[in-house]
Structure formats: C-alpha cells, structure tokens
Design a protein around this ligand. Structure first.
Ligand code: PMP
Length: 454
C-alpha cells in the first residue's frame, strides 16, 4: 500500500495533526486516506477495499449504507440547521430525540443531558454527580473511582477518569480520581477460576471506598466491557458484586456505554446484558451510527429528581448540546434499530455466529485466548495457544498481526498484544467468514515470521 506521492498524502503530512499520533513518526510512515464506504466496506483513495472490522471507531453499528439517516440529516438541515437549547428554548427534534432515548433505556432513566462526544458526556457526569451530592448536603462526596486501562475520553476530566498512564503523563490530572484493577482474567487471573477472580477484583472497589471513606466517594465509573483497553469481558460474578457494593455504600454507579450501547453486546445497553442498574449512563458513537457527533448522559430519576428540586441553575452545557442535525440522525438510527429489530436479530444469529467462528481460531498456535460478546471481541496473541507467554517483546506480535490484517483487507485494531474487532451488526455469515479468512492469513504470516508452524 503506497500513497506517499499523492498530493493528499503530502497535504495530510504537512498540515494535519492527527489524534493519538506520534507526529514525527507519522511523517515517515505510509498511511491510508479513506474516501468511500459502503455497507461494511471502506475504500481508500487507491480503491483498495477493506472489511471494516472496527465499525469506524466503534460507531457504525449499522454499517455505512443507511439512506434513512442521510435523509433525516439532510431534511433537518433544510428545515432548521441549528438552534440551541439554552435560555428557555430548544428544537423539536432535540425533544423527540430525548424521548426516543428514554423509550429504549432501562426504566430508571427518564432524562437526558446532551453533549457532542463521549468525553464531554463524562465531564458532564462529574458536574452532575458533584451537584447532586452538594444539593443533598453531602459536599465532601467528590471522589470518582475508575479502573486502570479504562478509556473514558480525552478531555482533561475524561482522561483523568480513564486509566491510560500514557495520557496521564502528558497533563496534570484531576486530584479527585482514583483507580482500581480491571477484571482481566487472562493477564491477572493466575490460577483462580473466573468466578472467584471476578469477586476478588470487584472487592477492590469496596476496599478503595473504605480506604478513602464512604463520605468522600461520589461514584464508580466503568464500561460494561472495557473496549479501548483491550476488550476486557468481566467474569459473570463481577458486575453483580460491583452493583451490590455501590448500593451498600451509597456510591453512584455510572455505566460508560459509549462502546457497549446501541446493540454492541446484544442488548440496547451493556448494563442490561450484565444485569446491573446504573444511576447514570454515558452514550455517544453509535447513537447516530457515527453519522453525526452526538453524546450525552442518561440520568436516572434518583439523580434527576434532586437536580430538578430547588437547587437553582445547573451551570453547564455546550453550544451544540442537542444539535438538531445530530438529533435527527439519532432518531433515524434508533428507528432503524427498533423497526428492523436489528439488535434482536443480530443477537439471535450473527453475534453467536461471529463469536463461534472467532473461537475456531483458539487452536491457532499464536492465539492465547479469544474473548468477546455480541459483536465485539479480542484475540490475545501469545507464544503458544496454551500458555500466556508473549509472542514477542513490546507487543510486536499484536502489531504485526494488525499490519498484515490491514494489508489483506481487514481493518482491526491492536491494543498491546490483543487484536480487537467490532464489526457492524449488519454483517451476514459470508462476510463473517471472509473476516475470519483475512484474519487467519494475518495470523499465519505472523506465525511464519516468528518461525512457528501453522
Ligand atoms: N468512553 C468510552 C468507553 C469510549 O470508548 C470513548 C471513545 N473511544 C469515549 C468515552 C470518548 O468518546 P469521544 O471520543 O466521543 O469523546
């Protein structure tokens, strides 16, 4: 794949500072510029086709060919391209989108606060929760507990909530965020069985709250399945125990559904799949199928009732909170998911098929574990398929599999040695077979490079 002489490539390298990129290294590497997408395929400027095994950036759960969403956005731009929701007003579609979200959410959620992104939504969580406890007369409850390896966004507040040490090193984080371990049985489980390990890791939350003092702790935030941190699927025992601890100790529970929401785990929200009842839920990405930037927080009655009492103005919001074009895209996305029963159908067929086919790779000599649920999964690249030994230092094995996958027409992501894939839910079985075939080629090439027979 070589595009280095094209003018777009030169312009890109000359002018565009990409997110999460080593700017110096980027100038020296071959990159792809995508110009077209259809269904589950993306095409670069040279016309090379790839299966998008990442749904954009975990956004396009319905793939790229949804004319009803295009139409809704364009109609909205023609009738009311923008109006705001400050100062005693709003737009018709913004209200309708709030209602659409409440209708598909668990019963405790009847209110929505809109933002433009997941990061802003998690900042909003901090503002909402601090306000909630202030109004309850518990102003010392300020600390948020999160998990190592979590990703909650890239603003200073959301980055502080996240557990990426590489990010923390580049700014001064919030002083009131603490981190506990993640339920990564593959790397941390040792000889424990999964159920026992799930309880043990959840108990870290109880210990942390007790150490900090319940009167100082406001909330625990986590993704039902940790996504960007490497698709860490918790043992079944984990979430019930976390939920029990939060209730027992008067700590608000926030489910960051930015990746898990809108069908990824086989339900509307990951919290439903894992059977817990959060007080707040962060959403973004797939809420508009990635077609427009939109995020927000679903706020439970427990929290909304306190904020809506006699507290005065909540001094927070964004110019584009509830942008009409984004809300129109969101309404159309929810309509398709609902009317076409996309989530139910996927949960009954393509999701179990995807998981089962991926697990056939467990016997590949450089695959240590296949984990996943619904339409999200990770393969841990390891030295042999029965040991937790790394294939190569510095996660070079994972990086090589990713490069070969992309070169052979499959977009995946590598997180350490984990190869992550989260394709659109609208794939059919043949397309999953093709995804697996391309992934297998990448595994075979990598094994060969390291002298391992396949
Ligand atoms: N939370 C989670 C779980 C995420 O995966 C992300 C983005 N990958 C965010 C929050 C931040 O969302 P955004 O990039 O829209 O700010």
């Amino acid at each position: 794949m070589s595009h280095n002489n094209t003018s777009l490539n030169t312009l890109d390298k000359t002018h565009f500072l990409h997110p999460f990129t080593d700017f110096k290294e980027y100038k020296a590497t071959d990159t792809a510029i995508y110009t077209k997408a259809e269904h589950i395929y993306i095409y670069d400027e040279a016309g090379k086709e790839l299966i998008d095994g990442m749904s954009g950036l975990w956004c396009c759960n319905l793939g790229y060919s949804q004319p009803k969403i295009n139409e809704a956005i364009s109609n909205q731009l023609n009738s009311l391209p923008f109006y705001n929701s400050f100062f005693q007003c709003t737009t018709d579609v913004t209200v309708k989108m709030a209602k659409a979200l409440v209708d598909i959410s668990p019963a405790q959620f009847n209110h929505v606060f809109f933002t433009n992104s997941g990061s802003e939504a998690n900042d909003t969580n901090i503002r909402l929760v601090h306000r909630y406890y202030d109004l309850l007369g518990k102003p010392s409850k300020k600390i948020f507990i999160s998990r190592h390896g979590a990703y909650h966004g890239s603003t200073i507040a959301a980055g502080s909530l996240g557990g990426f040490s590489g990010m923390h090193k580049q700014y001064t984080g919030l002083s009131y965020v603490e981190h506990i371990g993640q339920p990564n049985w593959f790397t941390e489980g040792g000889d424990m069985d999964k159920a026992e390990f799930g309880i043990k890791v959840a108990q870290e939350l109880a210990a942390k709250i007790d150490e900090l003092g319940e009167e100082n702790v406001a909330a625990f935030i986590a993704e039902p399945i940790q996504g960007a941190g490497g698709v860490i699927v918790p043992p079944e025992t984990y979430w019930p125990e976390i939920s029990r601890i939060c209730k027992e100790r008067d700590i608000l529970l926030i489910s960051d559904e930015v990746i898990c929401g809108f069908g990824r785990t086989g339900d509307w929200f990951g919290a439903q799949t894992f059977g817990f009842e959060p007080d707040l839920m962060t959403f973004a990405k797939a809420v508009t199928n990635g077609y427009q930037p939109l995020g927000g927080v679903l706020v439970s009655d427990k929290v909304a009732d306190v904020l809506s009492a006699d507290g005065g103005e909540f001094t927070h919001g964004f110019t584009y909170s509830g942008h009409p074009a984004a809300c129109a895209a969101g309404i159309a996305t929810i309509d398709i998911l609902k009317n076409d029963k996309v989530i139910e159908n996927a949960a009954a067929d393509i999701m179990p098929y995807f998981q089962a086919q991926l697990r056939t790779l467990e016997s590949h000599p450089i695959v240590g574990e296949v984990r996943g649920m619904g339409m999200v999964a990770a393969l841990e690249i390891a030295k042999n398929n029965s040991a937790k030994e790394r294939l190569a230092p510095d996660c070079a094995g994972g990086a090589m599999v990713k490069t070969h996958a992309i070169n052979h027409g499959l977009m995946v992501r590598s997180v350490g040695d984990a190869i992550v894939t989260a394709p659109p839910m609208v794939c059919n079985r043949e397309e999953i077979d093709l995804l697996i075939a391309r992934l297998t080629i990448a595994l075979d090439y990598t094994a060969k490079h390291y002298g391992i027979k396949t």
